[in-house]
Design a protein around this ligand. Sequence first.
Ligand SMILES: [Mg+2]
Length: 125
Amino acid sequence: MMTAKDLDSIGYFEAFQTVDEVKVSDYSTWVEKKILTEGQDRLVENTLGLVGEAGEVAEKIKKLIRDSSRFTNEEIMKELGDVVFYATALANIYGKGLNEVLELNIAKLDDRQKRGKLKGSGDNR
Ligand SMILES: [Mg+2]
């Protein structure tokens, strides 16, 4: 569980002033400062990081179903934060950061909803 003290120790409050409203563009810049690898190594590290963290989310849900294992909302949110971190790191490589990811995703899903295509499969439906 990440506490306010933990966030303070990594400079979170200094970077964002408040945790209530984090600017997406500031988050993308903050993530960029945490990246330790470059080039192809960065691409592989960030991709594996994203998949690994998504796996940690899936593992918690699996254990919930299989073992009736409980986790706190904060625990799952922390893992989702790890997923967002690596997604942002990749977004910084391929575009303008997390903000662009969100804008494109909103436009895509709004368009699918308007056309009654939220169900189904295929990237370009
Ligand atoms: Mg994690």
